[in-house]
Design a binder for this molecule. Sequence first.
Ligand SMILES: Nc1ncnc2c1ncn2[C@@H]1O[C@H](COP(=O)(O)OP(=O)(O)O)[C@@H](O)[C@H]1O
Ligand SMILES: O=P(O)(O)OC[C@H]1O[C@H](OP(=O)(O)OP(=O)(O)O)[C@H](O)[C@@H]1O
Length: 182
Amino acid sequence: MGPSGSGKDSLIEAARGPLRVRNCEVVRRVITRSAESVGEDAIEVSREEFERRRNNGDFALSWQANGLDYGIPVRIDQWLKEGRDVLINASRGHLTEAQQRYPTLLPVLLTVKDDVLRERLLRRGRESPAEIEARLCRNALFTADDTIGDTQIRRLDNSGDLAVTVASLLELLSVSAEPDRT
Ligand SMILES: Nc1ncnc2c1ncn2[C@@H]1O[C@H](COP(=O)(O)OP(=O)(O)O)[C@@H](O)[C@H]1O
Ligand SMILES: O=P(O)(O)OC[C@H]1O[C@H](OP(=O)(O)OP(=O)(O)O)[C@H](O)[C@@H]1O
């Protein structure tokens, strides 16, 4: 999880290879983003198609944010049943529901300094200035809200070099996978 522009897609993309070696699957999200827009490796569908898939039970998790619908394909349940780990690009606003469905999930929050976030959204250039402001406002609400300060959330700062964040993520996942010997 983390604000739009914090680098979730970049981090997941950069970690994809090493994650696969560790038996961790990465799932493509289904998003109602227009097909012309650049960005992550997602499956882009119309609102009608998204709704059809949701009603059909195609999603393990789904939510709305920033005017878009997001869905996590239900195939992750099969991977989990097979004993694999799954990394998903998720939402702070949907964390409680995700924890209810997956009580053992490991929440990881990607953070970035406010000025860096603004600069990255502007440089990415995918959204309009108004949409960028709305994303920054949404992030300010989450930052001000202590519910995201849950102690079990692992925080990774991505204000610096992406390679450092990738190494931190892999380290965090290795430590979390170790059996508890206490
Ligand atoms: N550590 C980093 N250093 C510099 N630029 C980054 C870093 N991480 C991501 N970016 C850039 O910031 C922008 C937002 O990243 P993105 O992965 O799209 O974020 P998100 O998926 O969280 O919305 C992209 O243009 C990406 O190339
Ligand atoms: O509830 P929040 O934590 O604020 O999250 C808002 C949404 O933005 C994120 O997607 P992403 O960052 O990929 O959106 P973007 O590609 O439009 O930047 C995240 O996956 C959520 O769907």
